[in-house]
Design a binder for this molecule. Structure first.
Ligand SMILES: *[C@@H]1O[C@H](CO)[C@@H](O)[C@H](O)[C@H]1NC(C)=O
Length: 411
């Protein structure tokens, strides 16, 4: 007997809702053993370094994320393959990989409650997965925060896209977001008005902070190759139970409080927060919080810290900080040489937290104060893979920030 026929469109709608609900029910996003994710990141860096040294890829840089897609001169036809290039805790963020491409043609944001088709806001509020790209170079000055819906990628490759001069990006209680290749700067507070967050719903927003990217109760989020500077509050803040996040290949400059990961010592749900910070360049004009952590597990690997005024990495409420293969260049001020800052606890308490530095390169008098298991000499022996050499940091981070990709050639 022939199987009953089902109209194709209905079938695909049905299959789509299954995959969507499967993805949503895969929460909680935090993993039970973060060290396994750390080891996988190591293996991907070792693999990329080997491929480069063996000359398998003429364009191999040793950066495992970039080498996954930048060798493809047809990147523009294969944009959604980027979604499979992530590493670390945010690796499973698929963004709009399984959806349509949506082209933003209109830089305007006249009506945050009823956005016009063709605008960035219209694209990000949709319920279906979308891979959002830009028809041309544009400066988008948002009227209010851009409240994203789940399963979206904003992909700035091939155009120079600035989100600047108004409120910026908010990832609140949603999942599977990729932000790639944007220039995000001069972000200002917004709020005190209605803003749409899905086709069927808009709501009143209180005053926002003016972050570049604000992640609030979000999971499976990957921010890659963005240039961020000069915002009102944080450049990237993740709070309120956010987890499964990777922040990679970004270039951050001219800002005081760079990254806040966890907003309150008493918010213990942030024990699930797991964040990978890899291959970023923390550059000129930065002051502190690269990042400032609470409660969770933070893997800080192969970043280039060329400027800080107060400190680089800090935290309170007993976070675990695993710093590996970074390059720390201390400022000349002799009172600001310390990479780390332990906050809101006496030494008798913080000496039991787990902050460790492995294979970091310390320049101009920089020093890292370890604690807990990270301070014991047995730690180095116990970790089988060892840190990624900080000598790679220069090449790995050379192209941090938004790339200048042109169609028809390698990016
Ligand atoms: C590293 O390379 C090996 C051998 O090609 C492969 O099996 C493994 O999946 C790779 N691991 C990562 C994390 O890229």
């Amino acid at each position: 007997m022939a199987p009953p026929t089902v109209p194709l469109s209905l079938l695909s709608l049905f299959l789509f809702s299954i995959s969507l609900s499967a993805a949503l029910s895969s929460a909680p996003a935090a993993v039970s053993d973060p060290e396994l994710v750390v080891q996988e990141v190591h293996r991907s860096i070792i693999n990329a370094t080997k491929r480069r040294n063996l000359g398998y890829l003429s364009c191999g840089t040793g950066n495992p994320i970039d080498d996954c897609w930048r060798c493809d001169s047809n990147w523009e036809k294969n944009r959604q393959r980027l979604a499979d290039c992530g590493i670390g805790f945010g690796k499973n963020a698929i963004g709009g990989r399984d959806g349509k491409i949506y082209v933003v043609t209109d830089a305007g944001d006249d009506d945050p409650v009823n956005p016009k088709p063709g605008t960035l806001r219209y694209a990000v509020i949709q319920d279906e997965p979308l891979w959002i790209i830009f028809a041309r170079d544009m400066v988008i000055r948002l009227k209010e925060e851009l409240i994203m819906n789940s399963f979206k990628t904003i992909d700035g490759r091939g155009a120079s896209v600035h989100i600047a001069g108004g409120p910026c990006i908010t990832i609140q209680y949603v999942t599977n977001i990729i932000i790639h290749g944007l220039n995000i700067h001069d972000c200002k507070p917004g709020g005190n008005t209605d803003v749409r967050d899905s086709p069927r719903h808009f709501g009143f927003r209180t005053i926002s902070d003016g972050d570049g990217v604000s992640i609030f109760g979000g999971s499976h989020v990957w921010v890659d190759h963005c240039s961020l500077s000069n915002c009102n509050d944080g450049l990237i803040d993740a709070i309120h139970g956010s987890t499964a996040i990777t922040i990679s290949n970004n270039y951050m400059t001219h800002h005081d409080k760079v990254m806040l990961l966890g907003h309150s010592d008493s918010y213990t749900q942030d024990k699930n927060m797991q964040v990978t910070i890899a291959f970023n360049h923390f550059g000129e004009g930065l002051v502190q919080r690269m990042p400032r952590c609470r409660h969770g597990y933070f893997h800080v690997v192969n970043n280039d810290y060329t400027h800080w005024e107060m400190y680089a990495i800090g935290g309170s409420a007993a976070p675990t900080i695993n710093s590996q293969g970074n390059r720390f260049v201390a400022p000349n001020d002799r009172f600001s040489k310390e990479v780390t800052k332990y906050e809101d606890a006496p030494e008798s308490e913080w000496k039991n937290w787990h902050w460790r530095s492995e294979g970091d390169l310390m320049l101009n008098g920089a020093f890292f104060t370890s604690s807990g298991a990270g301070a014991s000499s047995s730690y180095a022996r116990a970790s089988s893979l060892g840190a990624r050499p900080s000598s790679l940091v220069g090449t790995i981070t050379t192209n941090a920030g938004a790339l200048n990709c042109r169609k028809g050639s390698r990016c």
